[in-house]
Ligand binder design. Structure first.
Ligand code: NAP
Length: 345
């Protein structure tokens, strides 16, 4: 049911606070956009009305500025914008963007890269900070070729990791990002590798698998115990798909994760941290103009390079948008999936 159609051009209203009317140049997609579209998480991620326009991570040119945003933005600025929880409206020619979720595009960054980094880089930076990567850490990122994984493998290295391993079918892409070892998860079982059992990791970040991976890791002793700094950080919680259409689904979704965290914490308390690694989850901190600007600065500092899927940019046509969402739905994106909406001039 995805299609590109003509609708009325939005206009800023006097009641629109801290809002920019922007001409979208490029829009990137995240798993969350698919979850909203599929309706599988509709209890907490329901569009405000139907039909709706998906997407919220954009690089765009400012066309109109609400009075209370004039201090920070002017007409003609190129901006990078994201959304907090309910991203919608961005995959369009014109979009009303919350100026508190936007920052100016850094000079020298392409429009596609800027759109690609709007959301994922903020989360990747927060993930690495939460993981507290230390110099010399041995790190495994499960799902290294995804929108998050391609950034995480680079950021953990920049933060001082001495050995960075990952799971992906795209071994060449992973090598180009400086990964020391990439296991193709369709050919080899990463949790059974003798060399990883012999030298356990300090940190595993899971962007791909969920509960089964944590169990396999514990069963095979792939992480150091908490007393030696071993920690697991799940970015994907129970599994990639999230099904929340009834209230009790919220409980059935979060309870196992919270239960594992509690059990893990109690276990460490009573064993003095000797046995289990620390179990953490990433839910994402507050996103804001400042958070986006801080994340984009990592690119300017050379700590990370944006990765856009080789099949992107997709054209802003019904076929192009459908193809982009198919990649997202089938978890086939290698880097970010981006739709090119308009030229910047
Ligand atoms: N993107 C964001 O901004 C963001 C922010 C916060 C949280 N998250 C969460 O982080 C998770 C990952 O997001 P993402 O954007 O990286 O997802 P993604 O780009 O859609 O992930 C696709 C990747 O998953 C890999 N993959 C699929 N099945 C796999 C498996 N069994 N083992 C290893 N890799 C597998 C694929 O690699 P192969 O083709 O090589 O199999 C593909 O590269 C999602 O749960 C998402 O909700 C994302």
């Amino acid at each position: 049911v995805l299609s590109v159609k003509e609708t009325a051009r939005p206009a800023l209203l006097p009641t629109d606070k801290h809002t920019l009317l922007v001409r979208v140049l490029a829009c990137s997609l995240s798993p969350s956009d698919w979850r909203t579209l599929s309706g599988d998480g509709r209890l907490i991620k329901k569009p405000s009305a139907f039909p709706y326009t998906p997407g919220g991570d954009v690089c765009a040119r400012v066309e109109e500025v609400a009075a209370d945003a004039e201090e920070d933005f002017k007409v003609g600025d190129l901006v990078v914008g994201s959304w907090s929880l309910f991203g919608e409206g961005g995959l369009a020619e014109y979009y009303k963007l919350d100026s508190k979720m936007a920052t100016k595009k850094p000079d020298g960054m392409s429009v596609l890269d800027a759109a690609a980094m709007a959301n994922s880089l903020v989360h990747a930076q927060q993930t690495v900070e939460q993981a507290a990567v230390k110099t010399g850490d041995r790190v495994l990122v499960l799902g290294g070729s995804g929108g998050m994984g391609t950034l995480l493998v680079q950021l953990v290295r920049s933060a001082g990791a001495s050995y960075v391993a990952t799971t992906s079918t795209d071994v060449d892409l992973m090598a180009s990002l400086g990964v020391d070892k990439c296991v193709d998860h369709t050919k080899e079982q990463w949790s059974e590798l003798a060399e990883w059992k012999a030298s356990p990791f300090d940190l595993i970040i899971d962007c791909a698998e969920g509960v089964g991976a944590w169990r396999a890791c514990c069963a095979n002793g792939l992480l150091k115990p908490a007393s030696e700094g071993g920690r697991w950080l799940c970015v994907v919680l129970t599994e990639w798909d999230i099904y929340i259409t009834k209230w009790y689904h919220i409980f059935t979704f979060f309870a196992p994760v919270l239960g594992r965290m509690l059990k893990n914490k109690l276990g460490r308390t009573f064993s003095g941290g000797r046995s289990a690694p620390t179990y953490m989850m990433h839910l994402g901190g507050p996103e804001s103009s400042a958070a986006i600007a801080r994340a984009l600065d990592l690119v300017s500092q050379g700590k990370v390079k944006p990765v856009v899927d080789k099949r992107s940019p997709h054209p802003f046509t019904t076929e192009g948008v459908q193809e982009a969402f198919e990649l997202l739905r089938n978890r086939q994106g290698h880097g970010k999936i981006v739709i090119h909406v308009a030229e910047s001039q």
